[in-house]
Design a protein around this ligand. Sequence first.
Ligand SMILES: [Zn+2]
Length: 199
Amino acid sequence: MSARTLHYVIGILALLLTSLSAKTVIIDAGHGGHDIGGRYGKVYEKHLALDTAMRLEYYLKKKGYRTVMIRSSDKFVSLSQRSAIANKYSDAIFVSVHYNYTWKSHVEGLETFYYTGKSAKLASYVHDGMRSRTRAANRGVKHARYYVLRNCKLPSILVEGGFVSHSGERSKVKKGFYRDALARGIVDGIVKFDRSGAW
Ligand SMILES: [Zn+2]
């Protein structure tokens, strides 16, 4: 076998091994279709969530993770369908991406939610990742009984990437570079969770 062929064979084997050992991230873009989520003027949560989810997919694939998109277009998917899709996978984690809204217009910042103990660790790594990439205000990591978090058997978190109801934060979340930073921060947290051996 020539050195060149050997190189080629090793390359194929390495690729095969990574794809066999690749862990899966289920990416859940919140809302969609008639369910627009939070909204201020023309700024819709469902659009921001999908865009961020697609950036997340891009960066995770680049790091060698396998990804599953709950939705890749502006369509409605019920909460029970979302957790049913996620529960088909093992050795996976579930990340739901949302943006926030409240009638209290001064409220701003990032929030990350979890339900189980194992998810708490993932939540704190991802939250730290988002904070250091975006420098957004911090509303903390919290326990919550959200449907998707209670019904996914995998480590599951829900991130809120900022408030569309806060004028300063709204102008940030509308920008691609902010959503890109948020996605990169989520990836940083996922990698840290993976390397910690908790996965
Ligand atoms: Zn939402």
